[in-house]
Design a protein around this ligand. Sequence first.
Ligand code: TYM
Length: 334
Amino acid sequence: MKRILSCMQPTSHLHLGNYLGALKNWVRLQEEGAECFYGVVDLHAITVDYDPAQLKDATREIAAAYIAGGVNPYNSAIFVQSAVAGHSQLMWLLATMAQMGKLERMTQFKDKAGKDKERAGLGLFAYPVLMAADILLYRATHVPVGEDQKQHLELARDIASTFNTRYKVDHFIQPEPYIMGAATRVMSLRDGTQKMSKSAESDLSRINLTDDADAIANKIKRAKTDSEPLPDNMNALKTRPEALNLVTIYAALADKSPEKILNQFAGKQFSEFKPKLSELAVSKLAPITARMNELMSDKEEIDRILAKGAQRARAVAEPVLKETMDIMGFWKAP
Ligand code: TYM
């Protein structure tokens, strides 16, 4: 039986990269009948500057995006990380097994810490250990994420096997990354060599799941491209990162291969391709945005869903934490 776990941070509005690289695949796995746990990782979100007055609503908005994107809360458990105490407890236990050298090589830490590594918080440094705890706590077999999370997943696998070797047990499952679909790494609309991200300064660089049809059309219209027409094969896009990105986005939204999209548009100019891409993006994203807004107008309902999800998550997480502590030799009340 597959057990799926994946999470997103309530740091800002979700964007097209989060949707195509992760959320869309979560829905597919749910529909295949897997047991799914989808978390909103608020403990991760506080590793960077954040506004405490907005954290609750940002958390609810991510849950609303999951549901609007197609996660069925009666089927999959949608939960908030901080509502399941086992995440931070297991993180401490695993931290004793995570090597500093490996953590120092994490590219996300290097990116986020920037030039002044000395001033970076311990939480930011230990971020991947908390992520390993998120996964191992549920004995998840598969973790659907975008390509940027591959290195963190490798660390989680590494920590699982270090634990099993050190305590001579077969306790933690090695989670498999699931990096699926045409768009595993959606790039910025302003620079095809940079990842589409929540933190990029220019809002024109990303399509947010909260953008309306006009905003989406405007961003695609202004997306950076080159002056060549679209080629008839993928090889020819290797040196054209912006063109490759738009074709990949089109393919992922249309659930087709990028090759098929090139068959359709070979020889066409971007002036012809972009309006078609806008039309497709709006037709796929507008219903999600509308449903998200609807859900956000009933916060009590979201809170009920999250409370139920936390109960389901705890029911799986607590026995795993307990067993982990037993293996590690901790005292417990007789
Ligand atoms: P976060 O919130 O940054 O990203 C959420 C998901 O979106 C994917 N993603 C992308 N995919 C394709 N193209 C992009 N431009 C793009 N940008 C983001 C990410 O790969 C991710 O799947 N560390 C995780 C959160 C996390 C987690 C976990 C994930 C915490 N614990 C346990 C899985 C399992 C993160 O950065 O999320």
